[in-house]
Design a protein around this ligand. Structure first.
Ligand SMILES: [Zn+2]
Ligand SMILES: [Zn+2]
Length: 338
């Protein structure tokens, strides 16, 4: 192994900086050169002079922030295509999190670090599956880094939803979900389950769905949901941002069944407190077992842990003889909780 990654990956106020490559990873402030793992707002921020990311991530960034703010100069890099930045070879590998999401592998003088961004191991019909990349240091998220978090099979959660739709044909099922990733995955899972009726969307969910479609992800027929048409929405499935579930938008539907799709729905009190009648435990993050499986599979003797349950995962890693430490980067949040 070459120089330890801690000698060439530095924590700075702008985020993680790769010195021999002269670029930042998912920087928190505008920088000259950024490599971006995926388009969620806590990882992809506006105003960098140059941005390297997958085509999918760049397309979503343009949709969400406008072309000018998505990066002065942008460069799309396909998965598994090594590129040299300074003295560092950078390769993007699928992270299985949302469309375009990538793990960023960096090799410098024979040592390799992989920053996984956010990731999951469950199959997702709307993005490429996570790839295991052996490395010397693996940087992992720990959003659901506690043993209580065990995500069920999403098909079972979708079956629950469809059973409720069949049981209450005159009610409108309104599902709170985030605009990037969760929304499209729910649609994809519903289509996989054979649900081919139009799916209705709150206006905030339209643009990213359109980008997915342009990027080749088939979502079936989608229609705008407006409260004015609430009679037509009887029996329908409507996807809306969690904020619309919290406020009156969703409650103005006709006799709505309020649902929420999130890994946090594992916590019953959380669902109850949010007035969620039908919680769906569907997450785009690795659950506890998937975190452990992944740190074993990548075979890294050392892991650095970002946003989430650092302590529990660090403890579990040490029992597997893996060195582990928290990588405290201010500003990474969990999009599920924003
Ligand atoms: Zn994310
Ligand atoms: Zn994140």
């Amino acid at each position: 192994m070459g120089p330890h990654p801690q000698t060439w990956l530095k924590t700075t106020p702008s985020g993680l900086y790769c010195e021999p490559g002269d670029f930042y990873i998912d920087p928190l402030r505008p920088v000259p050169r950024a490599v971006i793992s995926h388009a969620h707002a806590d990882h992809a921020r506006p105003g960098h002079a140059a941005v390297l990311a997958t085509q999918g991530t760049l397309a979503i960034m343009r949709t969400r922030m406008g072309a000018e703010r998505a990066g002065g100069a942008t460069q799309a890099l396909a998965y598994n295509q090594p590129i040299k930045l300074g003295d560092v070879t950078v390769t993007l590998h699928p992270a299985g999190h949302v469309l375009g999401s990538a793990q960023i592998a960096m090799e410098y003088q024979g040592s390799r670090a992989v920053i996984s961004g956010d990731y999951k191991r469950q199959p997702d019909p709307t993005c490429a599956p996570f790839e295991v990349v052996p490395c010397d240091v693996f940087v992992t998220e720990a959003t659901f880094g506690l043993p209580v978090f065990q995500h069920p099979n999403p098909a079972d959660e979708i079956a629950k939803l469809l059973a409720s739709v069949a049981l209450f044909p005159d009610r409108t099922h309104v599902i709170g979900c985030y605009a990037l990733g969760k929304c499209q995955r729910l649609i994809g899972e519903l289509r996989l389950a054979g649900y081919d009726a139009p799916i209705y969307l709150h206006g905030a969910h339209m643009p990213v769905c359109e980008t997915y479609r342009v990027e080749g992800v088939a979502l079936g027929e989608l229609r705008a949901a407006t409260v004015a048409d609430k009679a037509a929405l009887k029996g329908a499935i409507v996807l809306a941002p969690p904020s619309a579930i919290a406020d009156r938008w969703a409650r103005r539907m006709e006799d709505p069944v309020i649902c929420m799709a999130s890994g946090w729905m594992r916590i019953r009190q959380r669902a109850k407190a949010g007035g969620i009648e039908l919680p769906l435990i569907i997450s785009d993050h690795a659950d506890w077992n998937a975190l452990l499986t992944t740190i074993r599979e990548v075979g890294a003797p050392e892991i650095w842990v970002t946003h989430g349950g650092e302590e529990a995962l660090i403890h579990a890693a040490s029992r597997l003889q893996i060195r582990a430490r928290a990588l405290r980067l201010i500003g990474y949040g969990d999009e599920d909780a924003q």
